[in-house]
Design a protein around this ligand. Structure first.
Ligand code: FES
Ligand code: FES
Length: 159
């Protein structure tokens, strides 16, 4: 018996046949081939799986398909416009704000949501808002620099 959930992913309506108890993260990665969001802890503690749900950052490893009917999801794959990276993506590249890169997509999604809410955060506000995202490589300083650089670029874009 099919379990079809309709969701909008990166602006496209998708009909997804998946067990209602499956977490969104697995569906994104395994069914939709959107592999930017990563599996880190699987327990909502590291932020590697962060995507936006109606503009709010959420841990997709903890989000069941049953809660997502007709909701709007944005993944890191939905940020760029053609060849033009989202300003937050560009700032991460320019500031070399990654080492292994495992946390990066989650960090970027969190930063995009933060800047949409608060276009000119202080350094302390960036640290506080991104507190739920862990970087095992300890690249925090450059990550915060990148978010602040994006906030000062004057073109933060929209997710
Ligand atoms: S994998 Fe989702 S929070 Fe760690
Ligand atoms: S760059 Fe390696 S976990 Fe953050």
């Amino acid at each position: 018996m099919p379990n079809v959930t309709k969701v909008r992913v990166n602006g496209v309506t998708r009909s997804i046949d998946a067990d209602p108890d499956r977490p969104l993260l697995g569906v994104l990665r395994d069914d939709l081939d959107l592999i930017g969001a990563k599996f880190g802890c699987g327990e909502g503690q590291c932020g590697a799986c962060t995507v936006l749900l109606a503009g709010t950052p959420v841990k997709s490893c903890r989000l069941k398909m049953s809660s997502l009917a007709d909701r709007e999801i944005t993944t890191v794959e939905g940020l760029a416009h053609g060849d033009a990276l989202h300003p937050v993506q560009q700032a991460f590249l320019d500031r070399d704000a990654l080492q292994c890169g495992y946390c990066t997509c989650g960090m970027i999604m969190c930063a995009v949501a933060l800047l949409n809410e608060n276009p000119h955060p202080t350094r302390d506000q960036v640290v506080e808002e991104m507190n739920g995202n862990v970087c095992r490589c300890g690249a925090y300083g450059r990550i915060v620099d990148a978010v602040l650089a994006a906030s000062n670029s004057g073109k933060k874009g929209k997710a």
